[in-house]
Design a protein around this ligand. Structure first.
Ligand code: SF4
Ligand code: SF4
Length: 374
């Protein structure tokens, strides 16, 4: 397993981290007292540790708030072998006292007396200003750092490069966790900035939240690699990236990812040039399909137009057939409320609002034919 130093934390970490948001754990509240699924999940984490992974990442809310319990079970007798990362759910922090309340609960669930890398989860401009700064959470975190309950303060991030730099410039954080992959390089400049300021850089979603997890599409066989392998190597090839987290849900995924991260992950200049040529071509094409601006929303019958368009982009532009179908199938679930394309009644309101003047109704028909008619 390749190793690297996690910025100014000085911790030596494996370049593949175990993301535990996809552990095979039931999220049904009625089954919250089950133990068998937690034991199975813990075994999976142990499998990763036995194969050289030493960075284990979880969060308060993962897997119906049960991921931390499984991680705690996995670390019994192995606590000193790993760098344990977890996160404070910022969207649930309504006052300063919520921080110690969550932290105490997390220590209990994780069955430990310290967290190596404690993240403010999902920072954006609003969470940073209206919660972290307003409730003086950095100062509060320092108290726990002094007590060695928290060893290193970090943040996970979903916003623009400018906001990322603003947070880094507080000099309060030693590591950052953010999105970066073959389909989304929007934070690349921020990643370089973080590294230049001595922060460890941890990447989530190296396979684009599962969209690059299948052997298909425009990147397949670039550098002679399958899409999932290329995706992981692309992330690890960035010299500013310390490690990539992969959300692993079965033994095969653990073994496949460990194999990639244990070998030579470097990509040659010619291979990177080939990737960039594909990315540039797709970026041009996808803007013809839709820029994702969402000005067409809301639709009177709640069609999730940007997600429908995004599904078409994954399928038609990137050739990610399985991923596109999965993305489309999420429309209407609790995280993606709204309707699929077949709900459109053809009123045309969306087309009057679209800055790209896209033939939205025509595209929706294409989506129905592609994803809804078998
Ligand atoms: S044309 Fe269809 S998708 Fe567009 S606003 Fe009307 S109902 Fe909604
Ligand atoms: S307004 Fe047009 S470009 Fe913007 S999300 Fe809707 S369809 Fe896409």
């Amino acid at each position: 397993m390749q190793k690297a130093i996690l910025g100014k934390t000085g911790l030596e970490v494996s370049r593949l981290g175990f993301g535990t948001m996809r552990l095979p754990i039931s999220e049904d509240p009625a089954l919250a007292n089950r133990r068998d699924d937690l034991e199975e999940a813990a075994e999976l984490v142990v499998r990763g540790i036995d194969r050289g992974i030493n960075y284990i990442d979880t969060a308060f809310g993962y897997c119906g708030e049960r991921s931390e319990i499984a991680v705690g079970m996995a670390l019994r007798g192995r606590r000193d072998q790993v760098v344990l990362s977890t996160k404070l759910p910022m969207w649930r922090v309504e006052c300063a006292d919520d921080f110690p309340r969550f932290l105490e609960k997390q220590l209990e669930k994780l069955d430990t007396d310290h967290i190596d890398c404690y993240h403010f989860h999902a920072l954006n401009a609003s969470h940073f200003h209206d919660r972290v700064l307003k409730f003086k959470l950095i100062e509060l975190a320092q108290k726990y750092i002094d007590q060695k309950v928290i060893r290193h303060l970090a943040f996970s991030f979903h916003d623009t490069v400018a906001v990322m730099k603003e947070i880094i410039d507080t000099q309060a954080f030693e590591s950052v966790l953010c999105q970066y992959n073959l389909l989304d390089r929007s934070l690349e400049e921020g990643i370089g900035y973080a590294a230049s300021k001595g922060l460890g850089v941890v990447i989530m979603g190296p396979v684009g939240g599962g969209r690059l997890a299948f052997s298909e599409g425009v990147f397949e066989q670039t550098a002679g690699l399958s899409t999932p392998e290329l995706a992981l190597r692309f992330v690890l090839n960035n010299p500013h990236v310390t490690l990539a987290l992969s959300g692993m849900g079965n033994a095969q995924m653990v073994d496949d990812n460990v194999r990639v991260a244990s070998g030579d992950t470097a990509l040659s200049e010619a291979e990177m040039a080939a990737i960039e040529e594909i990315q540039a071509r797709c970026a041009e094409l996808k803007n013809i399909y839709c820029t994702g601006c969402a000005y067409c929303q809301p639709c009177p019958v709640e069609v999730r137009i940007p997600d429908v368009m995004q599904s078409l982009i994954y399928r038609k532009v990137y050739g990610l057939t399985t991923a596109a179908g999965n993305y489309y199938a999420q429309i209407g679930d609790r995280f993606h409320p709204g309707k699929m394309a077949s709900a459109c009644v053809g009123c045309g309101q969306c087309e009057t609002k679209c800055p790209q003047k896209l033939p939205i109704r025509e595209r929706l028909k294409e989506a129905v034919a592609t994803f809804e008619q078998k």
